[in-house]
Write a protein that binds this ligand. Structure first.
Ligand SMILES: O=C(CO)[C@H](O)[C@H](O)COP(=O)(O)O
Length: 223
């Protein structure tokens, strides 16, 4: 099975966590796209979705799945999203698709985070994947220096030759060279730096379940 097929496998498997009659939280990325496509098969049995990005909203709406504003919804039972890395405790690095801020908002609004990923995303220690951090552009240089003091190298994410602009009108720093041994402490610290909108370490909103796509089928990890 190739990576795309593994993503489709977990996207389909995630349907068992969707609560009929309710609103489901929907993440962003290529694995979530497989989930959204699978969700279309039960669109008449759910109330709709709260989406974490403009891209996911467009895909949901194209499949005639109603998308609610997060402000119009109270608690969500289940949030389904991918990850760039997940550790054995369910802590994740997210934001490879630049949607980390809205992802963290919807995850915070949800009781259970169900992570869907292919098995290449499982790591012992977070940090080989550069940590995405959404920042206010005028603070970017200062935050780069703060990461340098920690031993990391931060680079502004580019798209088509110019700094990428997120759905929230901000920019992304990708920080390499970090081995994140204490994800909770790291997330708490970076969150306090002026100009940081969201750090792409999800330790306070970690996964409750991870559906990992492997060549022998879906492996379920619970945390
Ligand atoms: O955090 C994310 C987007 O901001 C994605 O969930 C993460 O990048 C994984 O993406 P993919 O499923 O395409 O590998």
């Amino acid at each position: 099975m190739n990576q795309d097929e593994l993503k489709a496998l977990v996207g389909q498997a995630a349907l068992q966590y969707v609560v009929p009659g309710e609103i489901v939280g929907v993440g962003t990325g290529s694995t979530v796209n497989k989930f959204i496509d699978a969700l279309a098969s039960m669109k008449d049995r759910i109330a709709g979705a709260v989406s974490s990005s403009v891209a996911s909203t467009a895909r949901l709406q194209a499949l005639h799945i109603r998308v609610f504003d997060a402000n119009d919804v109270d608690q969500i039972s289940v949030y389904i999203d991918g990850a760039d890395e997940i550790d054995p405790a369910g802590h994740m690095i997210k934001g490879g698709g630049a949607a980390l801020t809205r992802e963290k908002i919807v995850a915070a609004q949800s009781t259970r985070f169900i992570c869907i990923a292919d098995e290449s995303k499982l790591v012992t220690t977070l940090g080989a994947f550069p940590v995405p951090v959404e920042v206010i552009p005028m603070a970017a240089r200062r935050i780069e220096r703060q990461f340098a003091a920690m031993g990391g190298t931060a680079k502004v994410r580019m798209k088509d030759g110019v700094p990428l602009v997120t759905d929230n009108g901000q920019c992304i720093l990708d920080v390499s060279g970090l081995a994140i041994k204490d994800p909770l402490a790291f997330e708490s610290e970076v969150n306090q730096w002026p100009g940081v909108v969201t750090v792409g370490v999800f330790a306070h909103q970690k996964a409750a379940v991870c559906l990992l796509g492997t060549p022998s089928g879906v492996k379920t990890l619970t945390f």
